[in-house]
Design a protein around this ligand. Sequence first.
Ligand code: UD1
Ligand code: CA
Length: 460
Amino acid sequence: MADPVNLVAIVLAAGQGKRMRSGLPKVLHRLAGRPLVQHVLDTVRGLGASDTLVVVGYGADRVRAETDADVRWVLQDEQLGTGHAVAQALPFVDENAITLVLYGDVPLISASTLSACAAAAGDGALAVVTAEVDDPAELGRIRRSAAGEIEAIVEFSDASPEERTIREINTGIMALRAGELKELLAEVEPANSQGEYYLTDVVSQAVARGIPVAGVRVSDPDEARGVNDRVELAALERIYQRREARRLLLGGAGMADPERVEIRGEVTAGEDCFIDINVVLAGRVKLGAGVRLGAGVVIEDSVLGDGVEVEPHTVVQGAKVAAGCRLGPFARIRPGTELGEDVRIGNFVETKKARLGRGTKASHLAYLGDAELGEECNVGAGTVTCNYDGENKHRTEVGDDVFLGTNSSLVAPLEVESGAFIAAGSTITAKVERGELAVERSKQRNIKGWTRPGRRKGKE
Ligand code: UD1
Ligand code: CA
């Protein structure tokens, strides 16, 4: 490309998506946990566009609220077609900018394809991204002349039987200088089977005016896939998941079955990780080298250090887990948990906003919330931090090498100093100092000569 051109992206997201049969606007349906339109916006972010305009209409407020992007919103009150949608945004675009049009329901389009499209438009053409597919279904067909030049895009519902055999399709993505696009769109009429203003009609208009039309082929036809119904969405989800699994496998992570791992976010995995079946990784997840995730584990927005082992059916959210920890099975690690090296969290243990120092163990049945425990502590089964008084949350602070006996209730705010020992069954309400033994329970009485109740006659 010669000069750096001013690039503006227009993303179409105003349609209802009737074939989804859903109250949710189509572009908000989720692919790998993110709304369809979010995928498009995330890809656009890398292009260096000076402005991104998103055309919304059906469920506009919801689309605005549920997407995360620095964009300008344009309202299309009535959805009169893709050409009409683009026309709503063009008044906000500088005439000389290269306008890149994207569809909110074509989420896998790659940044490299988009750059190639913008570059072709920068050279003065109307650039149209096309794909050669095995099953062109009901997509718009690219009609070429005998010499191979693009002549027109023919929508499926308007196509002749012969045109329907064409396997090169319109992805919906195109680019042109804004001024020219404006002029071409002004001539588009809704003279077609659907009575809509088709963006695709600008192609034949461009040909008529002698504007060169450049076809930009996607390298992978899957990029071109759109979502019109839930079958297509499910197919896209599979494609996405296979790509992600492949990426992790190539990076050195092993998987029991790459078809049964779900990746819904930005996930990185170190070498020699092992991921068992039905694991869900969501949000930002970083797995160190040699991490092992058991069957049915869910990890969300968390960092796991080298060699961490997570046993089956454990849920980890918003946590930092240092190297060598062992979690689960059936543990629940909630946001704000920070575990030092070699911590052991066993079955039916819940942690929330809790920091546990190196080597501390809570092997079974405990709740540690709003708590800080030092190194090498032992948390007995049934230990509970009583952090909530019905109105406010309070903190529990425990030093190093503390023994919390079975069934201790730690009523916060509370401090237990290093080396202290809490006897089983104690309800601790006052500070325990260094090295002390705290016992809070009534003395055991053994009643001699006691007779056990006999079974009453006639009772089963
Ligand atoms: C469109 C193309 C078709 C192409 C296909 C690729 C047209 C006329 N047809 O067909 O050639 O093969 O995409 O997936 O462009 N939208 C609006 N406002 C409207 C209408 C649509 O914002 O008034 C948005 C939708 O929300 C959607 C996108 O534009 O994100 C595409 O609309 P859709 O109705 O799905 O077009 P297709 O029939 O799939
Ligand atoms: Ca579509």
